[in-house]
Design a protein around this ligand. Structure first.
Ligand code: UTP
Length: 292
């Protein structure tokens, strides 16, 4: 049973400047919670019990967020603020946290490679710290992926979201083998293809399961665009060598919310705020008024 997830949170987040100048994009709130809290809650819901964050400069607020804050708990308890106390319940999740730093931002693939010494010979999940799956992270995609990984004896399982035909140009796109159902065999990945060349509309969606053989491929991966070591390139090396890769599709109600750019961040915030049990209805009225 796979219970370890690596969560990379070391990127610069340049597309979200100035919001990310002195705080990590993974700590931006979407509705009531910071992005990375949704990520951890989703992982715990899928059976993950060890989380290894790959952090970097300026990211210490992520570590602080998952600490148990004893003075704050005492203060809330002594002043009878039971409701607010409930909001700190996530600190008590049955999970162990580990942190290591990516000392140079050399890309997502390099960030994953930074976990090699701790992960060793076990299979593991990778969950991007800037992406939420499902409204309020209500998704068990990772447990579906780890089940497929074990059943199929795969080396790679990648999560995919179906996107509009014109959007394939922004993503890594699956080249499936055979028929595409909820689970399908992965022949290759094509990074940001043109609409005409796209082999499918299935875009890589921020969750992966790997056997440790990915570390060998990452060590061999040459820096690509912007001098970065791309995770996609390492996956392609393994697929070319005949390692088994499987795709798992998100369900229709399991949208991926990407908090890496303002357009999708704004959309995510609005959607989560509109779904807020306390303020959602009033916000709906307010937005209607604004829209005339
Ligand atoms: P992105 O591909 O969005 O890169 O990262 P970025 O550097 O954070 O953002 P931009 O492009 O400058 O705006 C996807 C995930 O991988 C992590 C990020 O923190 C994010 O959670 N990442 C990316 C790293 O951990 N290290 C890196 O070198 C790059």
């Amino acid at each position: 049973m796979i219970d370890l997830a690596l969560v990379p949170v070391a990127g610069w987040g340049t597309r979200m400047l100035p919001a990310t100048k002195s705080q990590p994009k993974e700590m931006l709130p979407v509705g009531r919670k910071p992005v990375v809290q949704y990520v951890v809650e989703e992982l715990v819901n899928s059976g993950i019990r060890q989380v290894l964050f790959i952090t970097g400069q300026g990211k210490s607020s992520i570590e602080n967020h998952f600490d148990i804050d004893a003075p704050l708990i005492t203060y809330l308890r002594e002043t009878g603020r039971e409701e607010q106390l409930q909001e700190l319940q996530f600190e008590r999740e049955d999970v162990e946290y580990f942190y290591t730093r990516q000392r140079r931002q050399l890309g997502l693939g390099h960030a994953v490679l930074c976990g090699k010494a701790m992960i060793g010979a076990q299979p593991f999940v990778v969950a991007l710290g800037d992406s939420i799956i499902g409204l309020n992270a209500e998704s068990d995609i990772v447990s579906r992926m780890t089940a497929v990984f074990e059943r199929e004896k795969a080396d790679i399982v990648v999560c995919f979201e179906e996107v509009a035909a014109e959007d394939v140009v922004h993503y890594g796109i699956a080249k499936p083998q055979g028929t595409v159902g909820e689970v399908f065999e992965l022949a290759d990945l094509i990074e940001k293809p043109s609409v005409a060349d796209a082999p499918s509309r299935l875009a890589v969606a921020a969750r992966y399961v790997f056997s440790p053989v990915i570390f060998d491929a990452l060590a061999e991966t040459k820096p690509g665009k912007g001098g970065e070591i791309q995770l996609t390139d390492a996956i392609r090396i393994l697929l070319k060598r005949g390692h088994k890769g499987i795709g798992v599709k998100l369900a229709d109600n399991e949208q991926r919310f990407d908090i890496g750019n303002f357009e999708s961040y704004f959309q995510a915030f609005v959607e989560f705020a509109l779904a807020d049990p306390q303020y959602g209805t009033a916000l709906r009225d307010h937005v209607r008024k604004l829209l005339g």
